[in-house]
Write a protein that binds this ligand. Structure first.
Ligand code: SF4
Length: 265
């Protein structure tokens, strides 16, 4: 798709966001006819002046046909693809740029009911370009299934789009560098609920210094979206005893979403 085409579609989307739902199509042009000569009016005889209001004459100018606007989801998908392309070329964090194999943008449908947000890609994600595909990702898939959902139904991403070397915790500057991309991504994906996985993701999304133990177990808000924080699946792999607390968090989320809790009546 050409740039001009893309820009035009984005412009249409902006119009639609402003409340414009239809655009008129101008009537076809016709060859100009010879100018009509109109005689200068002469004084009317008094008897010719009507005493009642004239009957309105119908104006039969052609009504332009309405053209439906472009599908808003399609426009958002295009904008998201453009954002992913921008992210793929990003070099704001010199060390991450120099050591990454590729950026890991995110995966899943637009307008999902739920979006999971992790911290940053790990080694497997960096290699494959997809979020949560390693051992922690497999556990996340099990968690999603246990919640009565399918992985393809949810959107999955990280707050940072590049892997920190040796999986170190990203610096506050790196988090700040990538924040703009994350905000725009969520603006385009528009999930109904967010679930932050782990302390770094939770602190990044909520801009909070609190620890995960203080953030989990209650709802927060990000751009009007209800947010629940829980443990990162990688942490659950290291300490399986935390799985019950994680499940308690997710049951709270399911209740808030109005979904049934599998295994409970
Ligand atoms: S982490 Fe984000 S801001 Fe930093 S280089 Fe990667 S894409 Fe750019």
């Amino acid at each position: 798709m050409s740039d001009v085409h893309t820009q035009l579609r984005l412009h249409l989307f902006a119009l639609q966001a402003a409340g414009v739902e239809f655009l008129p199509v101008p009537p076809p042009r016709t060859a100009p006819s010879a100018p009509r000569v109109v005689a200068a009016p002469t004084a009317l005889p008094t008897a010719a002046i009507p005493t009642t209001a004239p009957t309105p004459v119908s104006v039969s100018a052609p009504v332009p046909p309405a053209v439906p606007m472009v599908d808003p989801l399609e426009i958002r998908r295009i904008a998201l693809d453009q954002l992913a392309t921008t992210v793929a070329a990003c070099a704001r964090c010199p060390e991450l740029y120099a050591t990454r194999t590729q950026t890991v943008f995110g995966a899943g449908p637009l307008a999902p009911e739920l979006c999971f947000v992790g911290e940053a890609p790990g080694a497997d994600e960096d290699r494959l370009g997809q979020p949560f595909v390693g051992a922690a990702g497999q556990l996340l898939t099990k968690i999603i299934t246990a919640m009565g959902m399918k992985r393809e139904e949810v959107y999955i991403c990280n707050t940072l789009k590049c892997r920190p070397p040796m999986n170190r915790t990203p610096s506050s500057q790196e988090c700040a560098n990538c924040r703009e991309f994350f905000d725009r991504q969520l603006e385009l994906v528009r999930p109904r609920f967010l679930c932050c996985l782990g302390a770094v993701a939770a602190q990044n999304v909520l801009q909070s210094p609190l620890r995960i133990g203080q953030l989990r177990g209650r709802f927060h808000e990000y751009q009007g979206i209800p947010v629940l924080c829980t443990f990162h699946p990688a942490y659950l792999l290291r300490d399986p005893s935390k799985k019950k607390e994680c499940w308690d968090d997710l049951k709270m989320l399911l209740r808030k979403m109005g979904r049934p809790i599998p295994g409970e009546k």
